[in-house]
Design a protein around this ligand. Structure first.
Ligand SMILES: [Zn+2]
Length: 322
């Protein structure tokens, strides 16, 4: 698991259908001021469910094991949100997570399934959420949110997000749901790219993938990155805050950089649909850029922040490799 201050986490037994966990934790700004006010496309359907909810015992009996939220189920697009307290259906957040698959589909050219269903368990408090995680997954560090991919014999994997209704809910949800969408269609998602994409798409689309804290740090300290080294990292314990920053920077370059970089990413995503052993992306970049790291540096320097409404995405021009 990842234990850094930035704390995205995952445990994956690669090459096998296994439980995958990814999480987001402290240190991420909410970015709430930039929420998109998009019109609702699918009216939410909220229905009470018959499901017991763990409560303390007033008679001195041992408290029952903590359970998942489930008094209400709010269906919205490809998501079912389970919660124990009413959740305002007009919440801008609901509108914005509903557009997330469209954003991913357009940027990555992935056939994200219309029938895909992602379950989101929204705990009403941090305390209840952490008590549940501790009881159910005692080996996991405390994090604000988790994505779980659980294999189901003979069927599709269950895609679940667990989090609580805190001030970071917007970015945490988009981060974890990005993981969920990627894992719903790809045979393998390299760790650095998984976290890089989640870091880009946790922000509203109007922000064009810019992670303000990462960008500020990279501009202050300079971009010192080695993608081939980043690609060799397989265990989340190996990824600390600098690696998350690098993953974000390379992914942003691939999403919003020069056309050859964007083409490399799109081709690599198609590759990931068909193989669980994709090999590194670095040699593909070297085919198009004489010095990919210099191109990344140029890209980071040329990013416009804050993004002006209506401005065009930056396309840094770097001479292609001979
Ligand atoms: Zn993550």
């Amino acid at each position: 698991m990842k234990h850094s201050a930035h704390c995205q986490s995952r445990r994956s037994l690669r090459g096998a259908r296994s439980l995958v966990l990814l999480a987001v934790g402290c240190g991420l700004a909410a970015g709430c001021a930039d929420w998109l006010a998009l019109p609702s496309r699918t009216p939410p359907i909220t229905q009470p469910l018959i499901r017991s909810v763990g409560q303390g015992d007033e008679l001195g009996m041992p408290a029952p094991a903590p359970t998942l939220p489930g008094r209400f189920a709010t269906r919205r697009g490809n998501y079912v949100f389970y919660h124990d307290v009413p959740w305002p259906s007009s919440d801008t957040l609901l509108n914005d997570v509903e557009t997330l698959p469209d954003e991913l589909r357009e940027a990555l050219e992935l056939p994200l399934g219309q029938t895909c269903l992602i379950q989101v368990f929204l705990f009403e408090s941090q305390e209840r959420y952490e008590r549940y995680i501790k009881a159910r997954y005692p080996h996991l560090p405390t994090r604000r949110a988790y994505f779980l991919q659980e294999p189901r014999p003979g069927g599709r994997d269950d895609l679940k997000v667990l989090t609580w209704m805190g001030e970071h809910l917007y970015t945490d949800l988009r981060h974890e749901l990005t993981h969920a969408w990627l894992h719903s269609v790809l045979k393998e998602v390299p760790l650095w790219l998984d976290e890089g994409l989640a870091s880009c798409f946790e922000w509203p689309a109007s922000q064009r993938g810019i992670h303000p804290q990462h960008l500020e740090h990279l501009r202050r300290q300079g971009v010192h990155s080695d993608l081939s080294r980043l690609e060799r990292l397989e265990r989340v314990e190996e990824m600390e805050k600098p690696e998350y920053r690098e993953a974000w920077a390379w992914t942003h370059f691939l999403l919003y950089g020069p056309p050859p970089a964007r083409q490399v990413l799109r081709e690599y995503m198609q590759h990931l649909r068909n193989t669980s052993r994709p090999g590194p992306l670095w040699p593909r970049l070297q085919q198009h850029f004489a010095d990919p790291q210099a191109a990344l540096q140029l890209h980071v320097e040329s990013l416009e922040w804050p993004v002006r409404w209506g401005s065009r995405p930056v396309t840094s021009a770097t001479p292609p490799a001979p």
